[in-house]
Design a protein. Sequence first.
Length: 158
Amino acid sequence: MAKEHHYRARLAWTGAADGPTGKDGAFSRAYRVEIAGKPPLLGSADPNYHGDPGAWNPEEMLLAALAACHMLTYLALCANARIAVVAYEDAPEGSVTLKDGRMRFVAATLRPRVSLGAGADRAKAEALHGAARDYCFIANSVNFPVHHAAEIREGALA
C-alpha cells in the first residue's frame, strides 16, 4: 500500500482590508497563500472575474501544477531509463467554459519541449510522456483530459 502524503496551506482574503463585499460586487479579490517555510503567494481572481491581472489566479495555478507535475514525473522516468534530458520547457494551455451548467476546465494541453543529450533514445523519450501522464497524480486528480504535444530534440532548445 502506498504511503499517504498530507499537505497544508493557509489562505487569507487580504482584500478585506479594502472593504467588505457588497451588493454591487465591487470588492477586492486579493488573497495570500502561505505554506510554512516558503515565500507567500499573492493571488486574485482571473481578470474576467474582476481580479488583478498582475496576481496569480487559481486557473493559472492549476495549469502550472499540471505542467510541473508532468515535468517532474517525466524527468524521474527519464532518469530511471538512463535517458539524459539536458533542457525542458513547457507552454501549457487550458480551456475553461460552461459545461453541464457549470464553469469548469474542459481540457488542458501540455507542450513540453525536451532536449536530449547526444545519443539518447528519442523513441523511448517520446513514449515516456505517456507514462508520465499515467503517473502524474495532479493529472490523475482532475476530471478533464490532459493532452500532450511534446517536441523532442537532441541538443539545445532554440
